[in-house]
Design a protein around this ligand. Structure first.
Ligand code: SF4
Length: 170
């Protein structure tokens, strides 16, 4: 009998499945989740005046990079969509397109009274709530405007949620 190993079937496909199985096992999965939680990159998408508060969160005083949050210009490298306040129907379509371009795993924070329940535009014909855009929202953040400190807290909660596989309370 020869010492040669005979491999039967699609080796590349099996290797892919084995690698996938491995990254979903506990120590490696935890390490990946930890890395993702400190690599949250929101694309530049300002829907309304809450955007200036997010700008303040990214600027020197609050320094979003301390939390691993780096505002990024391309949706294809971003993984955190922040809906910043009021969203018109037109912007809601744009937000959905940006969300669909982002790679998995991806997360959404909706900030500001306007995106949560309409705020001062509650009876406007052309505004859409974050919950009606058709994308899953992870964290709802109230306030008008939502202060940068509150955004920092939402980021900490989201990081906890990512590390605890979907629960914030652990
Ligand atoms: S919640 Fe207030 S600050 Fe934010 S978009 Fe609405 S009106 Fe502007």
């Amino acid at each position: 009998m020869s010492d040669e190993t005979i491999l039967v079937g699609d080796v590349r496909e099996s290797a892919k499945k084995a690698a996938q199985w491995l990254v979903n096992r506990k120590p490696i999965k935890n390490l990946i989740d930890w890395g993702v939680s400190f690599s949250l990159w929101p694309p530049h998408l300002t829907t309304s005046c809450c955007g200036t508060e997010f700008g303040a969160f990214a600027a020197a005083r609050f320094d979003s990079e301390r939390f691993g949050v780096l505002p990024f210009s391309s949706a294809r490298q971003a993984n955190l969509l922040v809906i910043e306040g009021t969203m018109t129907r037109k912007m809601a379509r744009a937000a959905k397109i940006v969300y669909e371009q982002m790679p998995e795993p991806k997360f959404v924070i909706a900030m500001g009274a306007c995106s949560l329940e309409g705020g001062i535009f509650w009876n406007s014909y052309n505004t859409v709530l974050a919950s009606d855009v058709g994308i899953p929202v992870d964290i709802y953040l109230p306030g008008c405007p939502t202060r940068p400190e509150a955004i920092a807290r939402a980021i900490l909660m989201l990081q906890k949620k990512i590390r605890n596989q979907g629960t914030i309370s652990k």
